[in-house]
Design a protein around this ligand. Structure first.
Ligand code: OAD
Length: 246
């Protein structure tokens, strides 16, 4: 069986690395972007969330951002079985690094430690002038109350601490992720459409001389180079994988 084969490969690997996307959080009640009920298929236009838009119209950006936030986080959210399984794998020595495109902070909440948040964290904001980072919730409240755009104590514009379209990824985190992908013997790409660069290049790098496993409900552009393709629910596959590890 494919899962047994994957578990054996992980057991024999010096390094196993995982890359996650929005699909690991759908079971927590957070919609993904390009899946069946994805955010970008619905009433939102990714063009409204570009860095150029933030810089030219920060007040309008924040109004749209608030709406996006409410669509993505309709209620209290917490980690699900997929986040828990990845944290368990790490604590059992079966996962060396977890690279995520998600900004929801749920991997950290589940207890993952060697975690690389490639696209930042939506629970924080960052000042474009002084670089200070703060909790996002009070800032969203200020926007709701009419402070548009919200500003830092220093007077600078405040931006969600996430990578917007058109922005480059934090260089050190991307370089380290690339290195981990290159060194990995087993690379798990889970719950991601693998369509957004440069994160999407990591599975390809890993597949050059390692085993690539893709677990995603929809097909991805990397399925062809993957040795294992599981078109199944991550909240079932990852716990089942944990059950097969020693
Ligand atoms: P996508 O929405 O592009 O892909 C999520 C994938 O998860 C889809 O292909 C779904 O089929 C799959 N999926 C959903 N639920 C699943 C489940 N329970 N089990 C298995 N698969 C499931 O999300 P990402 O690939 O993460 O950018 O998108 C990458 C980036 O594009 C995001 O980080 C975001 C977005 O614009 C930024 O925030 C910068």
């Amino acid at each position: 069986e494919r899962l047994d084969r994957l578990a054996d490969a992980i057991e024999g690997a010096d390094s196993t690395v995982a890359l996650t996307g929005a699909g690991v959080s759908t079971a927590s009640g957070i919609p993904d972007f390009r899946g069946e009920d994805g955010i970008w298929n619905a009433e939102f236009d990714p063009g409204d969330f570009r860095i150029e838009r933030f810089l030219s119209d920060p007040a309008g950006f924040w109004v749209d951002r608030l709406e996006l936030h409410e669509a993505m986080f309709p209620g209290e959210v917490g980690p699900n079985a997929a986040h828990e399984a990845l944290a368990t794998m790490e604590s059992r020595g079966a996962l060396d690094a977890l690279i995520t495109q998600n900004t929801d902070g749920l991997h950290a909440e589940a207890g993952s430690k060697e975690l690389f948040e490639l696209h930042g964290n939506a629970n924080r904001v960052v000042c474009m002038d002084c670089g200070r980072k703060n909790d996002a919730a009070p800032v969203r409240e200020r926007v709701r109350e009419g402070e548009r755009p919200p500003r830092c104590d220093c007077g600078g514009l405040v931006k969600p601490d996430v990578v917007l379209f058109g922005e480059s990824l934090p260089e050190a985190i991307m370089a380290e992720s690339r290195r981990r992908a290159e060194e990995s013997d087993v690379f798990l790409a889970v719950g991601s459409s693998l369509t957004v660069e440069p994160a999407a290049s990591l599975p390809r790098i890993a597949a050059r001389d390692g085993l690539l496993a893709v677990c995603n409900l929809d097909p991805t552009p990397h399925d062809g180079v993957a040795e294992v393709v599981l078109r199944e629910d991550v909240t079932e596959v990852l716990p089942a994988l944990v059950d097969r590890l020693p």
